[in-house]
Design a protein around this ligand. Sequence first.
Ligand SMILES: NC(=O)c1ccc[n+]([C@@H]2O[C@H](COP(=O)([O-])OP(=O)(O)OC[C@H]3O[C@@H](n4cnc5c(N)ncnc54)[C@H](OP(=O)(O)O)[C@@H]3O)[C@@H](O)[C@H]2O)c1
Length: 228
Amino acid sequence: MIIVTGGSSGLGKFIAQSLENDNHKVIRISRRSSNFENHLNCDIRNYEDLRKTYKKIKDLGEPVFALINCAGIASMNLALTTPKNVIENIINTNLIGTIYTNQVFAPLIIRSGKGRIINFSTIAVSIALEGESVYSASKAGVECFSKVLAKELANFKITVNCIAPGPIRTNLIRGINEVQIKNILKNQIIKKEFNHQDVFDIVKLILSPDSSSLTGMVFPVGGNNGFR
Ligand SMILES: NC(=O)c1ccc[n+]([C@@H]2O[C@H](COP(=O)([O-])OP(=O)(O)OC[C@H]3O[C@@H](n4cnc5c(N)ncnc54)[C@H](OP(=O)(O)O)[C@@H]3O)[C@@H](O)[C@H]2O)c1
């Protein structure tokens, strides 16, 4: 079984559907109800909500092999004028929510004896994208958290990696105009727009039984020319 947070929309929805097409059982998690089978409503900012969801998944009694954390939000604002509520919501969702999710669900994978955790970062971290300071800060935290977790879970045969896409056409980047998208793409080594399938190809690579040594890494989609 594979848990996909943010499985109702965008990348998470595509990844969940693609995994189901490959005959995996998938549990989708997001705040709003959906018509998907095996969808659980849960707000990843809320620890108690996550604990209740953990119990529901545990009670299914099936081994959990992977956790894919796609749930996230974004907002473009200048660093000094980002409203307080926006700062809190981005950090609470992307950073604290991802930490909570890892902490609550990783024991299910430990119980299975081996597995994979994939967290989502962004190209905005490595290129220090203007207008995305709080979003980048939240995702930089996700990258650091993931690298430390990779060390702490290595003895449990669990790999922990991040995928850091550039712009992929989902609701999340609706507010970004074409000029901004082109400018971001210039920072990729392969200077073309990638899509949902390209992201899923990296997910599949990480989930493969041959990838048990790939851990503590950040996979940029198309590579990036950033400062790190
Ligand atoms: N698309 C891009 O260009 C891009 C680039 C770099 C990185 N990323 C990262 O990739 C991930 C997926 O993004 P996307 O483009 O697929 O975004 P999206 O289409 O907006 O989907 C976001 C998903 O997260 C869920 N979500 C948001 N807040 C949540 C919460 N508090 N609790 C539970 N679920 C929550 C949403 O469902 P509900 O609203 O129903 O909760 C939705 O299913 C994000 O982490 C994003 O930062 C995306």
